[in-house]
Ligand binder design. Structure first.
Ligand SMILES: NC(=O)c1ccc[n+]([C@@H]2O[C@H](COP(=O)([O-])OP(=O)(O)OC[C@H]3O[C@@H](n4cnc5c(N)ncnc54)[C@H](OP(=O)(O)O)[C@@H]3O)[C@@H](O)[C@H]2O)c1
Length: 297
């Protein structure tokens, strides 16, 4: 299969590119400011519609995974025009070009489309974003639905993995680094989500592509857990000092953008449908440890 991945320099996209190459896919790795380590690199700014059309029509992929996004939640609130351009117009550009090439399309959205008042959200629950990042991701979902016939929208939650990507650290690595350096860290006890190991998300999304599953899927970890308990699980599994984790409440710190209190996802549909199941937190953190050992981290 010829697969084009946007966001291929990122935390999820780089792992997808690496794994798909290992499964003999032909991989075209769209990146912008950072380099893509796996696949045929395609330097492209997705906000440039004509260039997006040209590249995709020349490559003629069988499938497109669109993971490129402005992902910094606070930056999206502060630079709204740019967030709209990348997340909404960029998605529309990639989706329309994929449709013109008759490629299957998988859009990576987010748990943040929900307001976080209820938690354990199902695919049928009504999104109601409370920050600008989430608003643009929801609008992008709508433009995917408008542009394509064969599409899947996948919603992960707090993606983490063994390595840094696109010049950024992820939540799990940040916690592990702080604990290894014996530094205290404040972690929220009242913010819940469904942390998603990048390699597990890759397995689930490759199955979606191979089986051409359409519609909306919550492809996250299977556990609803607070940031604090997630950090505790990391400390326990990696044999680090739990006492360095200081319980904190969301109201103690202020950010430019509001965060949902409980954006955890109900993964029953994925559990029912996929052979690659969403992982419980204990399984996922053990898998992370194995992956880090294999990489000598
Ligand atoms: N990380 C999470 O916790 C999380 C949670 C839920 C959902 N998601 C969603 O999952 C997807 C993947 O997230 P991630 O954390 O793997 O992303 P990431 O590591 O932050 O990487 C973002 C990617 O988007 C690319 N990008 C940004 N602007 C671009 C532009 N104008 N043109 C082309 N590429 C552009 C970046 O390319 P360069 O770096 O090369 O510029 C990079 O490859 C995103 O759609 C995100 O919204 C993430």
């Amino acid at each position: 299969m010829k697969l084009l991945i946007t966001g291929a320099s990122g935390l999820y996209g780089s792992k997808l590119a690496e794994t798909a190459l290992g499964r003999q896919y032909q991989v075209y790795a769209v990146h912008n400011q950072h380099s893509a380590a796996h696949g045929v690199p395609v330097q492209l700014d997705i906000t440039e519609k004509a260039k997006v059309e040209k590249e995709i029509s020349e490559i003629k992929p069988d499938a497109v995974v669109h993971a490129a996004s402005m992902t910094n939640v606070d930056e999206c609130d502060l630079s709204r025009e740019l967030a709209w351009k990348i997340n909404v117009e960029g998605t529309r550009n990639v989706a329309q070009a994929a449709e013109a090439s008759k490629a299957f399309f998988l859009y990576i959205s987010t748990d943040y489309v929900f307001d976080g008042e209820k938690g354990r959200y199902k695919e049928t629950d009504l999104p109601s974003p409370i920050n600008y990042y989430a608003y643009t991701k929801l609008k992008a979902e709508e433009s995917v639905k408008g542009a394509l016939i064969n599409y899947c929208i996948a919603r992960p939650s707090v993606i983490y993995g063994a390595t840094t990507a696109a010049g950024k650290i992820n939540f799990a690595l940040w916690i592990l680094n702080k604990l290894k350096n014996k530094e205290e860290i404040k972690v929220f006890v009242d913010q819940y989500n469904s942390p998603t190991l990048n390699t597990s998300l890759v397995d689930m999304t490759l199955e979606v592509l191979e089986r051409r599953l359409t519609g909306v899927y919550h492809l996250s970890g299977a556990s609803r857990i607070s940031r604090y308990d997630f950090a505790l699980s990391l400390a326990k599994t990696f044999g680090l000092d739990e006492a360095l984790l200081v319980p904190a409440r969301m109201k103690e710190l202020s950010f430019p953008a509001k965060r949902p209190k409980d954006s955890s996802l109900n993964t029953a549909k994925a559990q029912r449908t996929l052979k690659s199941k969403p992982l419980k937190i204990e399984q996922a953190v053990e898998k992370l440890k194995t992956e880090m050992t294999q990489l000598h981290i």
